[in-house]
Design a binder for this molecule. Structure first.
Ligand SMILES: *Cc1c(COP(=O)(O)O)cnc(C)c1O
Length: 295
C-alpha cells in the first residue's frame, strides 16, 4: 500500500459569532496533510495509486483546468511514488504558477480545446490507447476508489459532531463522508456546499458513485458566488476577515465559500445552540496564486 503518515487534527476555532450563537466550531485540518497533495486530494488518490502500482502501471494520466489542485496533487504524488504523470489541461496554452509547479514535479502537460476536453476517455484512448502502462484518473480524482479514501476521514474523528460541512467540486469527497457516516451509524448531518453554479448535479454525482442518499445530506446551492472560481467583493472581504480572526488561511474558490455558508446559516439561526460543527479544510491554498490581484 502506498501511503505516508500525515497529520490532520481537529482544531476548535473561535469567533464572536460562534460565541453569540452558542455553537462550537472545529476544523478538520486536511490542509496540513501535504502542501501540494493538498487536503482531500491525497485521500482521493490513495487507492487509485495503490491500484495503479498493483497493476504495474508506470504513468498516471489525468485532467484539469489551468488552476487545478488535482493536477498539482497528481504531479507531486506521481513524483513521490514513482509514476510518470501526464496532465491534459482544459483550454488554450497558458502559463501560471500552478502549472509551473506541475511541470517542476515532472508532469507532461497537453493543452486541449474545450470541446475535446469534454471527452476524457476519448483523449486517453487517442494518446494512450496502446500504452498498457498508463493509468486513467478522471478530472478532480472523481472515482469509486476516491470515495473509499475519503470515507476513512470519518473514522479518524475523535469527537462526535452534529454537523459536518464540506465544499464540493465533483462530489467525491461528500460521497465519501456520507458513506463514512452511514458505515459508522452516525446521525451527523452533512452540509454540502457546491462551489459551482447549478450544484444540484452533485446529488447525481454522488449516486453515480453507488451511494444511496439519505436525509443526512443537506445541499446548499446558493453559495457559489457566480460559479467556479468566481468571487464577489463580499466573499473576498469574508476570507480576509475570517483569516484575521482565526489564524487559519482559507481561499475563495472552495473553503472560503464553505465558511461563508456556515456564517450565513448561523446568522439565520439555522444551527441550534449547543451543537458541535466540524468544517473540513480541504486545503487548496495554491488557489490563492491566481487571485492575488483580488486581495
Ligand atoms: C478539489 C477540491 C475540493 C472538491 O472536492 P470534490 O471531491 O471534487 O468535491 C474541495 N476543496 C478543495 C480545496 C479542493 O481542492
Amino acid at each position: 500500500m502506498l501511503t505516508f503518515d500525515f497529520y490532520s487534527p481537529e482544531e476548535e476555532i473561535f469567533h464572536p459569532l460562534y460565541a453569540s450563537k452558542k455553537v462550537r466550531v472545529f476544523v478538520k485540518r486536511d490542509d496540513l496533510i501535504h502542501p501540494y497533495i493538498s487536503g482531500n486530494k491525497w485521500r482521493k488518490l490513495k487507492y487509485p495509486l495503490a491500484e495503479a502500482k498493483y497493476n504495474s502501471k508506470e504513468s498516471l494520466v489525468t485532467f484539469g483546468g489551468a488552476w487545478s489542485n488535482h493536477l498539482l496533487a497528481t504531479a507531486c504524488a506521481g513524483a513521490k511514488f514513482g509514476f510518470q504523470t501526464h496532465g491534459f489541461v482544459r483550454g488554450e496554452h497558458v502559463d501560471n504558477p500552478v502549472l509551473k509547479l506541475c511541470s517542476l514535479f515532472g508532469m507532461h502537460l497537453t493543452f486541449v480545446d474545450r470541446a475535446s476536453y469534454k471527452d476524457k476517455k476519448g483523449l486517453f484512448e487517442q494518446y494512450f490507447g496502446t500504452d498498457t502502462k498508463a493509468y486513467f484518473i478522471d478530472e478532480g480524482g472523481y472515482s469509486v476508489l476516491a470515495v473509499k479514501g475519503c470515507s476513512e476521514l470519518v473514522s479518524e474523528l475523535t469527537h462526535p459532531y452534529d454537523r459536518i460541512f464540506c465544499a464540493c467540486g465533483t462530489g467525491a469527497t461528500a460521497a465519501g463522508l456520507i458513506i463514512g457516516l452511514q458505515q459508522g451509524h452516525l446521525p451527523t448531518q452533512l452540509h454540502a456546499i457546491p462551489v459551482l453554479k447549478g450544484g444540484q448535479f452533485i446529488k447525481s454525482a454522488i449516486t453515480d458513485l453507488g451511494i444511496a442518499l439519505d436525509d443526512r445530506l443537506l445541499m446548499h446551492l446558493d453559495y457559489h458566488f457566480g460559479g467556479y472560481a468566481k468571487t464577489k467583493p463580499e466573499l473576498i472581504a469574508f476570507v480576509r476577515q475570517f483569516t484575521q480572526h482565526t489564524g487559519i488561511l482559507i481561499e475563495p474558490t472552495y473553503t472560503g465559500k464553505m465558511f461563508f455558508a456556515l456564517h450565513d446559516l448561523l446568522q439565520k439561526d439555522e444551527i441550534a445552540e449547543g451543537q458541535r460543527v466540524l468544517l473540513l479544510h480541504t486545503g487548496g491554498l495554491t488557489g490563492f496564486l491566481g487571485m492575488l490581484d483580488k486581495f
